[in-house]
Design a protein around this ligand. Structure first.
Ligand code: GLN
Length: 559
């Protein structure tokens, strides 16, 4: 049984991974999107995640990296962040599909009697449901849908997804389908040799399930010669000009250019028989790489969070800081500081050395007093401060306690009996019992107050940003906060909810209830991050330390 498919103009690329995880499949998929878009094609990137959770929204950061929020309020995999950063396409809930969603929907249909008495099975019912998700996206008018299958070929849990994508050519035609496989070509140090066997095995595994890759992207530490290319091509049954090298790089935004230099864009359109409007134009990316290749001054940003040892927990925030560094012609050294460790000694020794302090979003009481102390320190020591979501909430708590004199002020998330619930649950949230997908999620309008830092950053009276939280600033305390110089610089008119706050008497102190990091791109850095890093750069110049040496206290992450 095949799924009816009515838009044959769309082309389909499937990206699988082999040998080991963490080869950079997300960035490779995003780079393919970037190349195709640079030829004038309309693309969208989709991610299949084979776990049974409906979405990553309920997963611990220890299990899963950042939860990326789309404009339409879906809580999704962080690869969707890469897709948005490398292309202009905006993701939606259609762009991230999990096993949990597929089974949930199939079971709902079964309960409604839609299978007309049939036995409901993995093939064809689960696989049809999966293919339906691909075609639904295609029906939105894209030229190419690029679908990345999470995990590694051979994983038990990814089998139904791989089987579904194996069937796609039978629905849409082989000419409209392309299989790209990302694999590892390791160097065995002791022998000094480049090894192709893991790639051969990985491709063999793919072919056993009926998928013959058209293009191989070989992740490798050092580039290999034509002989290796020909060997891989022969043993893996692909054209030699379809073997590409994904060489380790120090700058991830170089990757589309590396593939372009090897002619990947030309092969993609040739194989898919696409008449692209024009040849790849990557001028913007080239200019970016040129701009950041020169030696840049360093600003030190103290990043006070809870999951600072995890590479991916704050992915988009780290990237947004780097983007802001690009336009400000500085290198942003992110000093990751564990919130639980913030106390008197840290404040003096480590935070004092910083050019800016950022507190990202977060949940749960662990480390909360450290975050509040860090916000207070940024205010009193006049260090540029950007508070995102929980980072704004801790700033409001600090201001209420120390400027307004509200002893014991808190968020009712952490202290339900606080005498001053300056951060509180919205009425609509009080009856919520289900955890998944029930926060205030996705894009909301924000009206910007004239004459504020927010207005200077955005240069627009009305903006829109993405949310992921349950708690809000309690408007009951706004008059007292205003008396002490706290300005509400962004407001959602429809709900009366506070979106942004800032301080008058401070070089740059801004908090936002939303997550600006989700909309920052390397070629279009986010204005709040840009202004924050600009303020940090001013502090750095005033302090006269422009030598690129990291500030004392805490290992700097070279970003
Ligand atoms: N825990 C806070 C809330 O739910 C903040 C959430 C966040 O920072 N994303 O409102």
């Amino acid at each position: 049984m095949s799924v009816p498919y009515t838009r044959p103009k769309c082309k389909f690329i499937f990206v699988t991974g082999g040998v080991v995880s963490s080869l950079g499949k997300g960035i490779a998929s995003a780079s393919i999107g970037c190349l195709l878009e640079s030829m004038g094609l309309r693309v969208t990137n989709q991610k299949f995640d084979p776990y049974i959770n409906v979405d990553p929204g309920t997963m611990s950061p220890f299990q899963h990296g950042e939860v990326y929020v789309t404009e339409d309020g879906a809580e999704t995999d962080l690869d969707l962040g890469h897709y948005e950063r490398y292309t202009s396409a905006q993701g939606s809930r259609l762009n991230n599909v999990t096993t949990g969603q597929i089974y949930h929907d199939v079971i709902q249909k079964e309960r409604r009697g839609e299978y007309l008495g049939k036995t409901v099975q993995v093939v064809p019912h689960i696989t049809d449901e999966i293919k339906g998700r691909i075609y639904k996206l295609a029906a939105q008018g894209y030229d190419v849908v690029i679908t990345e299958i999470g995990g590694t070929v051979g994983d038990i849990e990814a089998q139904s997804f791989l089987e579904a994508v194996r069937q796609v050519p039978f629905d849409v035609g082989r000419d409209n389908t392309l299989y790209v496989h990302l694999t590892l070509v390791p160097v065995i140090r002791a022998a000094g040799e480049i090894k192709t066997k893991p790639t051969q095995h990985s491709v063999k595994e793919l072919r056993e399930i009926g998928i013959t890759p058209d293009i191989l992207l070989c992740r490798t530490e050092k580039s290999f010669d034509d002989e290796i290319t020909r060997k891989i091509a022969l043993f893996c049954n692909v054209d030699p000009d379809c073997v590409f090298q994904a060489i380790d790089v120090d700058e991830i935004y170089r990757i589309p250019l590396i593939f372009h230099e090897q002619g990947l864009d030309a092969v993609l359109v040739r194989k898919l028989k696409i008449n692209a409007p024009h040849r790849a134009n990557l001028d913007g990316w080239k200019a970016l790489i040129e701009r950041i290749s020169v030696r840049r001054e360093c600003v030190d940003i103290g990043f006070v969070g809870k999951y600072i040892n995890l590479q991916d927990a704050y992915k988009s925030v780290y990237e947004a800081l780097r983007h802001a560094g690009f336009v400000n012609d500085v290198k942003v050294n992110i000093h990751r500081i564990e919130a639980e460790d913030v106390g008197e000694a840290t404040l003096d020794r480590q935070l004092e050395q910083m050019d800016g302090i950022l507190i990202p979003g977060g949940f749960g009481a662990r480390g909360i007093e450290g975050k509040i102390a860090a916000a207070e320190f940024a205010r009193s020591a006049k260090i540029p401060y950007l508070g995102i979501c929980l980072g704004m909430q801790v700033a409001v708590i600090e201001l209420a306690r120390n400027l307004c004199g509200f002893a014991g002020a808190h968020s009712s998330e952490f202290e339900p009996d606080t005498p001053y619930p300056v951060i509180d649950l919205m009425e609509a949230q009080k009856s919520v019992k289900m955890m998944g997908g029930t926060m205030r999620l996705g894009g909301y309008d924000c009206t910007i107050k004239p004459g504020t830092r927010a207005e200077k950053a955005y240069g627009a009276p009305l903006i829109r940003e993405r949310h992921r939280h349950r708690y809000e600033v309690n408007n009951r305390y706004l008059p007292q906060l205003a008396e002490k110089g706290v300005v509400v610089s962004g407001m959602n008119e429809a709900t009366g909810l506070v979106e942004m706050i800032e301080l008058k008497d401070h070089p740059w102190f801004v908090g936002c209830q939303f997550h600006p990091e989700f909309k920052s791109k390397p070629l279009a850095p986010h204005p709040l991050f840009t202004q924050f890093v600009a303020a940090a750069k001013s502090r750095m110049s005033m302090r006269g330390r422009t030598d690129g040496a990291p500030a004392a206290g805490g290992a700097a992450e070279k970003n």
